[in-house]
Design a protein around this ligand. Sequence first.
Ligand code: BDR
Ligand code: CA
Length: 326
Amino acid sequence: MSTKRVILDCDPGHDDAFAIMLAVQHLDVLGITGVGGNSPLGNVTRNALTVLEAIGHADDVPVYAGCSRPMVAELVTAPMFHGKSGLDGHHRPAPTHEVQRGHAVDFIVDTVMGTDDVTLLATGPLTNVAEALNREPRIADRISEICIMGGSVTFGNWTPAAEFNILVDPEAAARVFNSGIHVKMTGLNLTRQCGFTSETVRRFREIGTQASEFAADLTEFFTSAGRRLDDPTVACMHDACAAAWLIGPTLIRSAPMHIDVELSGKLTRGMTVCDYRHLCGPHPECDIERDAQTGYKGDDPNAEAALELDYDGYLKLVYDTLARYQ
Ligand code: BDR
Ligand code: CA
């Protein structure tokens, strides 16, 4: 296991489930915090426990319930992709473990203030993280970085401009991107490269463990519900990519950028506005050769945007991980 200490904030969710399965095996997961998103809060915390029981780690990873609704907007959920339960398609019994006492926001604040070098991995709306920053602003200086699935360098999915996690709570996302914490953004432009197919399901079944059967059931459901309209045989396990980036930094090629969140646009609320002018030429400070040698030295990048996935390496990580769970 890596010594990277992580709090995983999520809204499981099929792809969140894969983020959990990857993170628990390869990172030091201090706790999982649930946030209202794909499904109401009660569902997502129960689903986190279901995933942990399926992989045999419910005794060593505590689960906390956090914010049930966004900071300003009403909660939007995604039953059309994740089913009524938020994690339809598996055959596990109801979990026997319970959510911890105490609020997820307090858990995040107390853990970060009491533990050096904590990384946040956030794969749902950023409400819990923003509320933690509001409650204890000093956590911004103590968090190593935050790796999110959310946003996009290019297109949206919930609206033409906005990705679901950011659109559900844009005010929270703006708080995080402007917090001073370095953000690794695993956006849709990256996660659409990570498709799972019927071949993926076949490989999971071939592994034949309790965890891989669970993964196969989830993927089968998500492949029929969460598929890409341009290629109905593919479902993108978005959130797993963010976990994979922390586990294997070379699995993803990225670029530094300044990223902020649009809060008021009639067509663009929730859009992650990415300044990538240095990648396409007309940026006044662009110097491709210098940037290739020294890294980007333009205006104040607050984030690193994921651009290109090593798909084979990513799939190998997923298969190897599932094979190691009993
Ligand atoms: C994101 O939205 C959710 O439905 C998924 O779990 C993922 O975090 C993709 O836009
Ligand atoms: Ca999610």
